[in-house]
Design a protein around this ligand. Structure first.
Ligand SMILES: Cc1cc2nc3c(=O)[nH]c(=O)nc-3n(C[C@H](O)[C@H](O)[C@H](O)COP(=O)(O)OP(=O)(O)OC[C@H]3O[C@@H](n4cnc5c(N)ncnc54)[C@H](O)[C@@H]3O)c2cc1C
Length: 271
């Protein structure tokens, strides 16, 4: 079985700073890491590999430095890594990203048929959660989002049984393969990498493809040209003020609350 996991390099949003003058991310203020959800996705594939004959490839689109997230994936258990990197991909929104990734997946499929594609639930920087379903739509395979457990792979029937999180519980879904899953942290913890994997990762050289390597591609659908999304404005929301404890009898508290609300209303009307 061949599983491909899509992995994205992202800035560590726990420490990234926002430039207060330009309201843009100061990417130099934080190290680039493997998107945490994608680490869980690679681990999910590695866990399946423990039980049966599975080959794991990872695919990333990004600048040459994104090789680091492929190496990190090899540490977790991936066997092979592809990076698509070209100026033609720069400035891609989710539509153009999913187009470029789907073209790379078609090329991988030509070399080695794919049974399962796994994406993270969302990337911690762009945070749209659109790329996985976008890729599935383009490849015309079913997307199953928010998967919390891969219960069973039935190779004979070519199906996969999945547990998918829904509000207040979960649902069991049987899907035909190939299909595309998106997974969050609940699928499984990310384990410490064994030393042999770390050594393999340090020496591993991913396959790097430019746009010319992808075969027939509509360049108008790539990068900034293929991105209809326009970011109008980015800003840091104002800090929330601390709440106020109301004191006294219930009547006094209600009176004070009404005064506060009326004051606010006057403020809003004045604006
Ligand atoms: C006009 C515009 C220009 C932009 N220019 C750039 C730019 O130049 N450089 C830049 O880094 N971002 C750029 N972005 C941001 C870019 O759109 C998103 O980061 C990207 O499309 C992925 O969307 P997301 O982060 O919401 O991913 P999500 O949909 O939240 O990601 C879900 C999952 O999809 C997969 N995935 C997502 N992106 C990739 C990837 N690149 N490779 C492999 N797997 C992936 C991962 O499995 C991930 O967990 C731009 C956005 C806009 C609107």
């Amino acid at each position: 079985m061949h599983i491909v996991v899509c992995v994205k390099q992202v800035p560590d949003t726990k420490i990234i700073k926002i430039n207060p003058k330009t309201n843009t991310l100061d990417r130099r203020s934080a190290p680039a890491i493997l998107n945490p959800y994608d680490a869980h996705a690679v681990q999910a594939a590695a866990n399946l590999k423990r039980e049966s004959d599975v080959k794991i490839s990872v695919l990333s689109m990004g600048p040459p430095q994104a090789v680091a997230v492929i190496k990190k994936s090899v540490e977790i258990g991936a066997d092979k890594g592809y990076l698509i990197s070209d100026r033609a991909f720069a400035g891609a929104d989710t539509l153009a990203t999913s187009y470029a990734l789907s073209k790379a997946l078609e090329k991988i499929e030509e070399q080695e048929p794919i049974d399962l594609i796994i994406c993270g639930l969302h990337a911690i920087d762009g945070d749209t959660g659109q790329v996985g379903p976008g890729v599935a739509r383009r490849l015309d395979i079913p997307p199953i989002t928010n998967v919390i457990e891969i219960v069973e792979m039935n190779r004979k029937e070519k199906t996969v049984l999945l547990k998918r999180k829904i509000t207040g519980g979960y649902e069991l879904i049987q899907a035909p393969v190939p299909c595309l899953l998106t997974v969050g942290k609940e699928i499984n913890p990310v384990e410490y990498s064994p030393l042999p994997n770390m050594i393999k990762a340090a020496r591993y050289e991913p396959i790097i493809w430019s746009v010319n390597d992808l075969g027939e591609v509509d360049r108008k659908q790539l990068g900034l040209k293929g991105s209809p999304t326009i970011v109008g404005k980015m800003f840091t929301p104002p800090k929330l003020e601390g709440g106020k404890m109301l004191e006294g009898s219930v009547v006094e508290q209600v009176e004070e609350l009404l005064n506060i609300l009326m004051e606010r209303e006057e403020l809003f009307e004045a604006k």
